[in-house]
Design a protein around this ligand. Structure first.
Ligand code: SER
Length: 318
């Protein structure tokens, strides 16, 4: 069986996806790669290779050496960081995807691309955002996500590359911290709630956004890549969601477990402006119809699990 390559494997999604892939297919079938050097003792247990996706020959080398048949291409900058460094974001998010698609074309690999709710913009309907709708984002992150969806479609129709993708909402994980996203508050809040019973939020109390717990996200990626291609009409990329909430609503849920928890707000204008252009809730019926998508974690279940897992982790680390 040909192997599975993950780019950006030390990042927010990659850290958990590598484990989920190993559990499904076996440790020796997964090659984890990242531009960062794996810190000793913290590298994923699978085969690890240092790889910079902006360097085409490096991707060729790894795909050839390990006989790769499927690529989960996760290496990219998140929304807030991309707004700070738009030129670097373009070069990594688009250049990295283009290189990876070229390798996929030449070595006949399937390719997964993570798009985002960031692929929508201020002229998109914000409630029940349809699968097929206006996509005119105003952030560099969003521009690279829409262009990425189109480029993946192009490689599928023009060259027959098996590209598939998801538009992720904010992802919440108890394993890897996010790095510079607009939805990061929904992860940070749990760390601060456990440690200090207090959090200062950078989005307004009433900013409603779609979210998903990471176990649902990794399962969605693997299920989509295993789905019957004959049923897929959308390929790049499917809306998916598990819950949508505001910071205010999340606080209510956390307070059911930690009644003394308090929040205050110091709004970051850059991230608030980004959040204000994203959907409050998306319609994921195409994913449900075409590959049987269904989330397992709602807000209550995610909150309970996050607090339990993180409390255990932070107590051991203390
Ligand atoms: N979670 C991402 C971000 O906030 C959205 O895709 O950038």
């Amino acid at each position: 069986m040909r192997r599975i390559l993950v780019t950006g494997a030390l990042g927010q999604i990659g850290t958990e996806l590598v484990e989920a892939l190993q559990a499904r297919y076996g440790e020796d079938r997964v090659i984890a790669t990242d531009v960062r050097m794996a810190p000793p003792g913290e590298s994923p247990r699978s085969l690890y290779a240092h790889m910079d996706c902006t360097q085409l020959p490096q991707i060729f080398e790894v795909v050839r050496r390990y006989d790769v048949g499927t690529i989960y291409h996760l290496a990219s900058l998140l929304s807030a960081v991309a707004e700070e460094r738009p030129q670097i974001a373009w070069s990594l998010n688009m250049g990295g995807l283009y290189n990876t698609l070229e390798v996929a074309r030449q070595y006949d690999c399937a390719l997964f691309f993570p798009s985002s709710i960031g692929a929508f913009g201020p002229t998109t309907p914000r409630d029940g955002t349809p699968q097929d709708t206006v996509q005119r984002p105003t952030t560099m992150y969003g521009v690279t996500k829409v262009a990425g969806e189109l480029l993946c479609d192009y490689y599928a129709t023009r060259f027959g590359v098996d590209t598939r993708g998801l538009r992720f909402p904010g992802l919440i994980s108890n394993t890897a911290p996010p790095g510079g996203g607009t939805t990061d508050y929904a992860v940070d809040i749990f760390y601060q709630a456990i440690r200090y019973r207090h959090y200062t939020c950078f989005l307004r109390a009433d900013s409603c956004l779609d979210m998903m717990y990471m176990p649902d996200a990794t399962r969605a990626m693997i299920d989509l890549m295993e789905a019957d291609p004959g049923r897929l009409k959308h390929r790049n990329s499917f809306n998916i969601t598990a819950m949508s909430f505001t910071p205010e609503r999340l606080v209510e849920e956390i307070c059911k477990h930690l009644p003394e928890f308090r929040i205050d707000y110091e709004v970051d204008p850059v991230r608030q402006a980004i959040a204000d252009t994203w959907p409050r809730s998306v319609d994921d019926s195409a994913a449900r119809q075409e590959w049987d998508w269904a989330p397992e974690y709602d807000l209550a279940r995610m909150t309970e699990d996050m607090l339990a897992k993180l409390s255990a982790k932070l107590t051991t680390a203390a």
